[in-house]
Ligand binder design. Structure first.
Ligand code: TXA
Ligand code: MG
Length: 326
């Protein structure tokens, strides 16, 4: 099988019709979201969900995010406390996933999608995917559209290179504008807990709610979401963080044109954002990691990234990319 690629912008209705037909047939489809590309299946169909786990090589204990077309659809499946509802109203559609208790009568989401938990991760994405869900009129279970443990895809080409032989259809929605996965939050006893930093910054969440977001210790300690393995987002090359110099054989990823000793020795140099803008840096991160890897460098050196705004999500992904491999 080789995936057909349909332009989801120029041929939007044809793309939605094709995707709905394949999803109704119980097959997965790769879809553009504003964060990263997702590998989507009908969240109510166990055979379809099984195909997601098989295609990605993903452990079945790691639950999938269920994507909804709007808050009304989400409320049919999960119970909202007042803070979660406020977060949803403020930030949906967008790069925010809320972990919520499943409704007893909301069991149309198959337990394979939630790995049997009594909670569900819900996100309302922007753009093409929201329209696709509305057309299908069912939630879409969708993890990132990459082989488990690899870097998430931010373009249709990334998906095709990794999973193109295993999928019937990829919808091309252009470069994912956010570029890192959604921020995952769980509200417990009136406290907002950060399970995964992502495309919505903690500063924005705190400003909107007037509440302090509880983080876990250390940037690499966010392994609360079941199955979040330390070594994740791994390119083929090793990754070295907080670089201030370049060693022979290394490719360099930097930010804001920062001066780096020995830069002329680098196999290639990528700047996540020449102006130092962290949202632009997040949007480029996965593509530049893949490109740096494709230079054949033994190692990718990355300069320090500030730990505020989207820098928190960037550093989380970089720490995982640099983590010891099994
Ligand atoms: O931006 C995103 O979030 C992308 C796009 C496609 O929406 N999706 C994504 O999915 O990153 P995935 O499967 O790669 O990451 C989902 C994370 C996993 O770490 C999983 O453990 C966690 O969400 N998760 C899902 N349901 C959960 C639940 N009920 N409780 C705790 N964690 C959950
Ligand atoms: Mg993923």
């Amino acid at each position: 099988m080789t995936a057909e690629i349909i332009d989801g912008i120029g041929q939007k209705q044809a793309a939605i019709d094709a995707a709905v037909a394949i999803l109704k047939d119980g097959q997965p489809v790769a879809i553009p979201t504003e964060t990263v590309y997702g590998l989507a299946a009908d969240a109510t169909n166990p055979a379809a969900i099984t195909r997601i786990y098989e295609t990605k090589g993903r452990p079945r204990f790691n639950p999938l995010i269920c994507h909804m077309s709007d808050l009304a659809m989400a409320e049919r499946h999960a119970k909202f406390d007042p803070i979660s509802r406020k977060l949803a109203e403020k930030f949906w559609p967008g790069p925010l996933t809320l972990i919520l208790p499943l409704k007893e009568d909301g069991r149309s989401i198959h337990p394979l999608a939630t790995a049997g938990l009594d909670s569900v991760g819900i996100r309302v994405p922007k753009g093409f995917t929201a329209d696709l869900i509305a057309a299908l009129d069912r939630p879409l279970a969708a993890p990132s559209a990459n082989t488990s443990g690899k870097i998430s895809p931010t373009s249709a080409r990334h998906v095709a290179d990794d999973l193109g032989e295993k999928l019937p259809l990829i919808i091309d929605g252009g470069s994912a504008p956010v570029g890192v996965e959604s921020t995952i939050l769980r509200v417990e006893d009136g406290t907002i807990r950060l399970l995964r930093p992502g495309g919505l910054s903690v500063e924005d969440i705190e400003a909107a709610t007037g509440l302090t977001v509880e983080r876990r210790e250390g940037p690499a300690a966010i392994i609360e979401a079941p199955g979040m393995l330390a070594s994740h987002y791994a390119p083929g090359a090793a990754v070295r963080l907080d670089a201030i110099h370049v060693e022979p054989g290394e490719a360099l990823i930097r930010l804001g044109g920062v001066a780096v000793e020995g830069i002329d020795k680098a196999k290639a140099v990528f700047d996540l954002s020449p102006s130092g803008d962290l949202a632009e840096a997040a949007a480029n991160l996965f593509d530049y990691l893949k490109r740096a890897d494709a230079t054949g460098a033994d190692r990718i050196a990355v300069t320090a990234i500030p730990q505020h705004g989207l820098g928190e999500a960037i550093n989380d992904r970089l720490v995982r990319a640099a983590a010891p491999r099994e």
